[in-house]
Design a protein around this ligand. Sequence first.
Ligand code: IMP
Length: 424
Amino acid sequence: MPNIVVVGAQWGDEGKGKVIDLLMRDYDYVVRYQGGNNAGHTVVIGEEKFILHLVPSGVLHKDKICVIGNGVVIDPRALLEEIALLKRQGIKAEGRLFISEEAHVIFPYHKTIDDLKEVKQGCGKIGTTKKGIGPCYADKVARSGIRMIDLLNDRIFRERLKQNLDEKNTILKTLYGFKGFDFDEIYTAYAGYRARIRNYVADTSLMLNEAIRKKKSIIFEGAQGTLLDVDFGTYPFVTSSNATAGGACIGSGIGPTAIDKVVGVVKAYTTRVGEGPFPTEFSDTLMEKIRKKGKEFGATTGRPRRCGWFDAVLVNHAVRVNGINEVVITKLDVLNDLDRIKICVAYKYKGKTYKNFKNDVDILSLGEPVYEEVPGWIEDTTRIMSYAKLPSNAKRYLKRIQELLKTRIVLVSVGSDRKQTFAR
Ligand code: IMP
């Protein structure tokens, strides 16, 4: 099988977890390459629901190797809890889950800074998940972060933790009036996590390159989505990592030549959690209806997701910056009851029409979306098992999306279960 990257082509929550779980049958390895436990991937198998935050979605296939790459930031406590929960659900990670020694570690001060910074920013806040993601990546780039390999080395860990606490406690006290953190408390907790995590830590770049040499097949699993990417997303309302396909190389220690294909996961409409521009956002009535039908509540924070029409301008941007070769459309069934369906094909701002995405907050928040309308299908699609059986207007909608994206739609999903998916 070719090595593929699976990315979200909107603002995250496109259903990547389900798609990876489906594709995983044919693959040997699955690698998370960025983000942290801000992600929430939901996979439904029969009656059972699994919500994964850090562990790659492929873990539900019991014979597959799972890797958390160097590009991920890891809250050890959250990771251990997730491993324990999976174990209770009958999924054993030991012996087949490996964590990069170069992955950076999230500490309590990261979470507190994330929280206090948001409060201080007031209405300019980003609406983060408050999991400490941004502050941990900021430390990584500032070269003061603590990696897994540092946590395993007691001397280095003590030194770095002390340096960090000196700095963070000063910031916390002077900028936010927060009392600060105690060295012994954090040291003891993290020494405990270290003992439980040690056996998972490995040189995962070496491991993956050896796997590639042996012609093993790999899925690189993106978290969040293209419009949350720190470079290509709606900055500053983004996460702090590269959720786009290029991040797969940087975040797992493999070269671009090892990647054969990029699959973009696209929801049949658009959603976003947190603050920031959203050109095709619904008005209240439609918002409530689609949110309820699509169960659009964050898998990590439980926050209601904002919902809107499909935006071809955004997704085309995602197709370009990721080099998406194939598209998977998810949650088509959520649109079942609509008379007419809109597709955004451009934005109008100050008399000018923008057909290509422009990363300008004014255009994205004050611009008017230009819509095309197609008729809805008013028919239940959740029991449909093949593309041929879809109502003709649903096919028409998909065909138009494919034309606008100039990229092949290969899979369509009409419900959360593994079975509610078919090839096109
Ligand atoms: P952070 O990643 O917690 O720093 O949050 C930054 C922005 O990304 C916020 O708008 C979050 O709501 C959003 N975000 C982070 N992770 C996800 C995700 O997995 N799905 C959707 N939005 C996310």
